[in-house]
Write a protein that binds this ligand. Sequence first.
Ligand SMILES: *Cc1c(COP(=O)(O)O)cnc(C)c1O
Length: 396
Amino acid sequence: MNVPFVDLAAQTAEVRPEIDEALRAALDRSAFYGGPALTAFEDAFARYCGAAHAVAVASGTDALELALRAIGIGAGDVVVTVPHTFIATAEAVIQTGATPRFVDVERRTYNMDPAELARYLTESCERDTAGVVRERATGLRVAAVIPVHLYGLPCAMAEILAIAEAFGLEVVEDACQAHGAEYRLPDGRTAKAGTLGRAGCFSFYPAKNLGAIGEAGALVTNDAAVAERVRILRDHGQRERYIHVSPDGVNARMDAIQAAVLSIKLTRLPFWNERRRQAAAWYAEQLGDSGLQLPWEPNGASHVYHLYVVRVPERDRVRQELADAGVATGVHYPVPLHLQPAFAQLGFERGRYPVAERAAAEVVSLPMYPHITQEQVSYVAAQLRHAVAPLMAARR
Ligand SMILES: *Cc1c(COP(=O)(O)O)cnc(C)c1O
């Protein structure tokens, strides 16, 4: 049996007639930018998330950068995030002129450890005479935190929001892997990932839970001023045609074809997320007694399994055995951000974020997509159990 890592063809096939129709309509009308397709998607996505506003942009990275800039983050600021994420999280910070700082993640969720965030703020920062929290070593203002809902699991947002509030930090959520994931707040209210901070950022890269047929992204916010500023920034700083009110605008527009396709796929997203959760339940059934660390869904959080990640010793050998058996796997991500060559100038040494470093060495992502079958999951699980059996026996 061959099990691919993702199966975009199956997803496309499910919506192909509607997509063909949307493409034909766009070509017939030469409707490639803006217009009703764009606003229809923005409205639908805002409604789906339960946010007041959605602003469509060209990528998840653009969403993060423009969200930060719209809330006033830039040179002289520190933005705190995690080292165990895709590089775009930190790239967006650097694009604004701000400096990224990292705090370690939790072992079981792979998400930001709120205790580590609090420790950084209390041990490495202090308030100046005006009450602004500054990093002691550099004097930089600590302005914002980016929790990343990695693999589709919401972070411990109640704790992170409370810490951010106490230290006067803005919260921008990186929800690029968590479309539709839910989080229950202490007051019992349930909110979708991306709607709890000042802004939540999404990627519609084709393989994400909601994927375009090219590049696209969006941010959601309940703050009308933030939405308005991002609308201006994404379109060359113009408020109306050829009246440019912002000198630092960019071209970060989403094209109308992506918007039309995303509107179609958005109607399937709840169903596709349910299918992912079903596949995760099958994996858990088959691997529950394997001795491997499986994904964990803390009480009150609803995981949407963008990725199904387990930890294995001797990862290279295990992945090779799986590949030989026709099972494709991935690694998200093999090198934590603080050890990336691109960030060597930030001066981080190995050992600084031990939980993230250990995760980077051990994680492996199993095949996961809405159209995976129970037979495929069983086959992957059986091959994985076979590959790790000698290791698990040695451990006992
Ligand atoms: C995909 C992703 C991004 C970036 O999104 P793009 O659309 O590729 O720019 C940012 N953060 C995380 C965690 C992602 O997975």
